[in-house]
Ligand binder design. Structure first.
Ligand SMILES: Nc1ncnc2c1ncn2[C@@H]1O[C@H](COP(=O)(O)OP(=O)(O)O)[C@@H](O)[C@H]1O
Ligand SMILES: N[C@@H](CC(=O)OP(=O)(O)O)C(=O)O
Length: 465
């Protein structure tokens, strides 16, 4: 059995949904279909999820949200009509959607927001199931609540609960094709909660792990995962095979094609993932697996992500002070902050945080506490940072990768704020100013992928992930 997830780009219009159904019909093993809300039909278009968020925000601000609501209904009505669904079926689906958009006075804002967001994928799943039936396929819409997709309760940031896997196993017994809405689950108390943005990828991975699928296919709008973001460099190198570890690091650092939390369930269950193109299903796509052979170029990909800041703390003889690190991290914990990285020296340590979490108010409190409680000498907060990551199995075993990277960055006049080559075996990270991030990625891509010279020692080897 295969689980196939179709992203927003594959659900954007009736024409796209017809392609989805053709793909489903082409392989009897595609038994569980996970769908997103309609995405952009063209560059200037708006994703239905963004319209739903706009609508919910307006309602929460005491406005009518009328215009956004009409646009949301318009998107689905157009799809239903062009798919040739009956008037009665389209009206029924619109009525359900309308119900999900009702604001109940006194409802917690986070709960209302999640309920509205989830209506995007829920409506898509109902439409796709109906369309599959209309073209002669036995298909059934399955609600995540009935199926037992149990999750934690933080609005907009759900995580699957371990007991969900056993409950979801029963999907295997369904004789019809299951059409399952992505992006949300339910707490054991029955509250609807969405995953973070892009989270339909996570739903697909959970279902694949639960039913022990042979393959998790993730259909999107590109032929493969590329070695660099294709919006930055035209026609970059296609990646045919990549390991879970490599993809995890690249998703974390900006490869938005696959959600960073979506790898874990598939990885744990040992299920290969294939990223494929709905618009070109013949293309082989990218396989994500536990091990791969490495030829010639040891770097698999280069990614960057913006929106970070660093807190640099220095104190003479910090290395001899027992408990300094623990107390520093405890201050962050007490201020409700999770940290991303902690590169350190003898007398100093930097903590890299997400800028959106480090509000000016929290910054003031953290800086005061570091001074008062830890007697730090210098505390420097730097905002507007990007992390640039070079990722590749075996990279650290081959001599000269960091020298090549740093000289390429120096030649491109990119100032390095930080280098972290510490604990990850498959990546090397550079902190740069946000304004330099794209230039840094282009320089690194040029160094590792555009140069024709191969490095000594780049012989084919096989690694166990
Ligand atoms: N390294 C990469 N390889 C392929 N696509 C990438 C990469 N980095 C970013 N992307 C972007 O990810 C997009 C696909 O993800 P997304 O828009 O979320 O699709 P979907 O709606 O199908 O889930 C691509 O169109 C591309 O612009
Ligand atoms: N529709 C949700 C979930 C999702 O996964 O979407 P997509 O498949 O378009 O990335 C979002 O936009 O966040």
């Amino acid at each position: 059995m295969k689980v196939a997830k179709f992203g927003g780009t594959s659900l954007a219009s009736a024409a796209q949904i017809k392609k989805v159904c053709k793909i489903v019909k082409a392989d009897e093993q595609r038994r569980i279909i996970v769908v997103s809300a309609p995405g952009k039909r063209h560059k200037e278009d708006t994703k239905v999820t963004d319209l739903l968020i706009q609508y919910a925000e307006e309602r929460l601000a005491g406005q009518s949200g009328e215009e956004a609501q009409a646009r949301i209904h318009g998107r689905y009505a157009e799809i239903a009509e062009e798919l040739g669904l009956s008037r009665e079926a389209a009206d029924r689906i619109a009525a359900h959607l309308n119900q999900s958009l009702q604001y109940e006075q006194g409802e917690a804002p986070g709960r209302f927001m999640d309920r509205v967001k989830a209506a995007g994928e829920d409506t898509s799943a109902k439409l796709v199931a109906l369309y599959l039936q209309s073209v002669g396929k036995e298909a059934v819409y399955v609600n995540p609540k009935e199926a037992g997709l149990l999750v934690t309760g933080e609005p907009g940031n759900a995580h699957v609960l371990p007991e969900a896997y056993e409950k979801l196993q029963s999907l295997k017994q369904q004789k019809d094709i299951v059409v399952f809405p992505g992006f949300f689950g339910y707490t054991p108390e029955g509250e609807l909660v969405t995953f973070s943005r892009g989270g339909s990828d996570v739903t697909g991975s959970i279902l694949a792990a639960a039913i022990q699928a042979e393959l998790y296919e993730n259909f999107t709008d590109v032929d493969s995962v590329y070695a660099v973001n294709p919006n930055l460099i035209a026609q970059p190198k296609e990646i045919s095979v990549i390991t879970y570890r490599e993809m995890r690091e690249l998703s974390y650092s900006g490869f938005s094609v696959f959600h960073e939390e979506a790898l874990y369930p598939a990885y744990q269950a040992g299920i290969p993932v294939c990223i494929k193109n709905t618009n070109n299903p013949q293309a082989p796509g990218t396989m994500i697996v536990s091990e791969r052979a490495i030829h010639e170029n040891q770097v698999a990909g280069i990614a960057s992500d913006k929106g970070f800041c660093s807190v640099y703390v220095s104190k003479y003889l910090l290395n001899k002070e027992i408990g300094f690190g623990r107390r520093l991290l405890q201050i962050l914990e007490e201020e409700g902050l999770s940290y991303e990285h902690t590169p350190s020296g003898i007398d100093n340590i930097s903590v890299i945080l997400r800028e959106k979490d480090f509000t000016p108010g929290i910054e003031r409190r953290v800086v005061d506490r570091l001074r008062l409680e830890l007697h730090a000498e210098d505390i420097i907060v730097e905002r507007g940072l990007a992390l640039v990551m070079i990722v590749g199995e075996g990279m650290r075993r081959s001599v000269g990768t960091s020298a090549r990277a740093t000289s390429a960055l120096a030649n491109a006049k990119v100032n390095l704020e930080m280098i972290n080559q510490g604990s990850s075996e498959v990546s090397m990270m550079f902190g740069v100013k946000e304004v330099d991030a794209d230039r840094a990625v282009i320089a690194l891509y040029d160094e590792f992928f555009s140069k024709t010279t191969t490095q000594a020692g780049d012989m084919a080897i096989t690694l166990n992930a």
